[in-house]
Ligand binder design. Structure first.
Ligand SMILES: Nc1ncnc2c1ncn2[C@@H]1O[C@H](COP(=O)(O)OP(=O)(O)O)[C@@H](O)[C@H]1O
Ligand SMILES: [Mg+2]
Length: 249
């Protein structure tokens, strides 16, 4: 059954876009038909992450009824498909969130998973992408302010009657000052879908405008995203053995 999954967070900069793109790439790798939508319309990043910062037709055109959805879908060399949003400041004045839900619903008819990369926080923009979702995934870092903000997001989701599939904890270093994963789970009262450790490969992949999963397929973070994607797709995940990691999958 097709699903719209919105990747959301309370605090900004916690790893939502990285998570959206790499879950999109991992689900694509599992043979699923996926499109990653940049629903962070005020500060869009999906196109930047994948080397398509400026495109002729963006999500903004679709939302304002000036273009068809199919014309705003772009395929990265990695096979990951995205709908970028406009970087133009002019477009900010004409943002129209009200059609996001309809756009996500229409997309759902043609693909297995629509992954919406959301804005952070609890504002109108984040709420529109939550509204469009069948399921939410909350991203947080293991620090108290991020988890406290994630709790607000979880409460808002509950008020909106939205199902939260679980939490992805990213940039985990295991250092002092970080919350224990069990404490995060207890505080949010939600299942932990996965843990993504701090990985310098994430920044190198970003610099090379390629999903981490394709740039560094055997990195710890890539494997974490594959495990989460398998959970989302309801499939088994088999950890690659030593030789598979050494010589490619
Ligand atoms: N697991 C990770 N290890 C190291 N850096 C990461 C990791 N995940 C995300 N980052 C970095 O953190 C920054 C914010 O990530 P991003 O995905 O853009 O967050 P958001 O979309 O929530 O603002 C980026 O510079 C990104 O490269
Ligand atoms: Mg982002």
């Amino acid at each position: 059954m097709s699903k719209v999954i919105t990747i959301i967070s309370g605090k900004g900069g916690v790893g939502k876009t990285t998570t959206s793109i790499n879950l999109g790439a991992a689900l694509t790798e599992l043979g699923k038909d996926v499109v990653v939508v940049d629903a962070n319309l005020t500060t869009p990043n999906v196109g930047l992450h994948l080397g398509a910062p400026i495109v002729p037709i963006s999500l903004n055109h679709v939302l304002s009824g000036k273009a068809k959805i199919s014309d705003a879908i772009y395929e990265h060399d990695s096979g990951t498909r995205i709908i970028p949003s406009s970087l133009s400041v002019k477009e900010l004045r004409r943002l129209n969130y009200s059609r996001l839900k309809d756009v996500a619903r229409s997309l759902k008819r043609t693909v297995d998973f629509v992954i919406c990369d959301s804005a952070a926080g609890l504002g109108q923009e984040a709420m529109a992408s939550m509204e469009a979702a069948d399921e939410l995934i909350i991203v947080t870092n293991p620090e108290i302010p991020a988890v406290t903000d994630a709790l607000k997001t979880a409460k808002l989701a509950e008020e909106m009657g939205k199902n939260v599939k679980g939490v992805v904890v990213t940039r985990v270093r295991g250092g002092k000052g970080e919350m224990e994963i069990e404490n995060i789970r207890d505080m949010l009262d939600l299942p932990i879908l996965g843990i993504v450790y701090e990985d310098k490969n994430v920044q190198s992949a970003l610099a090379n405008k390629n999903p981490l999963l394709h740039e560094y397929p055997n990195s710890k973070a890539s494997r974490a995203y594959r495990r989460i994607a398998a959970k989302i797709a309801g499939m088994d995940y088999k950890e690659p053995g030593f030789f598979a990691r050494m010589f490619g999958r």
